[in-house]
Design a protein around this ligand. Structure first.
Ligand code: SF4
Length: 213
């Protein structure tokens, strides 16, 4: 199978439990909850309305179509510092990465000694050998992946049942204030919710605070 990759870059994980951790990001193109066209953002066919990722832009220099899992893994792994004393950490994101991530790509990363992480919207159940799975459910979309390492809910989302989500099989639960024009009040209400429901923790998009990709 081939892989449509928007970009590959090296940065710090900005969100959730692993915030601050250096990582190689492989961002796939395409999502099943939004076409990526601005004119579709608020239409009835779009389930996810607050996306801050350009899903349709032509692949940057680092992206493109990769015909082979090994080729993609090797290109990404070149970004890991040669002097590093730790295993490479690769995060598959998107778009919706589970539309493309497969066994061959996970194995190619593992064979090179990398740890594999994936950030999904949870609409596709997976049994892939992923070492750190982040699920970010979206209101109006059926959640099919109900277990993982961490659940990260963008907040607020009308129709998202946080009490029910907190019963699912995840190690950590994060609320992340929605980064829109109401960010300040989203942040305040997320803080208040976490204080009242201590099973939830606050996730700040650290990469935006420190100004990295
Ligand atoms: S599910 Fe994620 S990638 Fe897809 S439209 Fe929503 S925020 Fe964007």
């Amino acid at each position: 199978m081939s892989y449509a990759v928007k970009e590959i870059f090296y940065s710090l994980q900005g969100e959730g439990r692993e915030a601050g951790r250096p990582a190689i990001f492989i961002r796939f193109m395409g999502c099943n909850l939004w076409s990526g066209r601005e004119e579709d953002r608020l239409t009835s066919g779009t389930i996810c309305h607050f996306c801050d990722t350009d899903l349709r832009a032509p692949a940057k220099e680092s992206g493109g179509i990769f015909a082979d899992a090994g080729e993609l893994a090797q290109k990404a792994l070149k970004l890991w510092p040669q002097s590093a004393g730790t295993k490479p950490y690769i995060i598959f994101t998107g778009g919706e990465p589970l539309l493309q991530l497969d066994e061959a790509l996970c194995q190619a990363c593992h064979a090179a000694g990398a740890t594999v992480a994936c950030e999904t919207n949870g609409t596709i159940a997976t049994t892939l050998p992923i070492d750190w799975l982040t699920v970010s459910p979206k209101a109006g979309a059926k959640l099919k992946q109900t277990s993982g390492s961490e659940l990260k809910a963008v907040y607020p989302q009308e129709g998202l049942d946080l009490e029910k989500l907190a019963t699912l099989s995840f190690k950590y639960f994060f609320l992340q204030p929605c980064d829109n024009i109401k960010y300040k009040s989203n942040l305040a209400s997320a803080v208040a919710y976490c204080e009242e429901h201590p099973e939830w923790r606050l996730s700040i998009q650290l990469h935006k605070v420190v100004g990295v990709e």
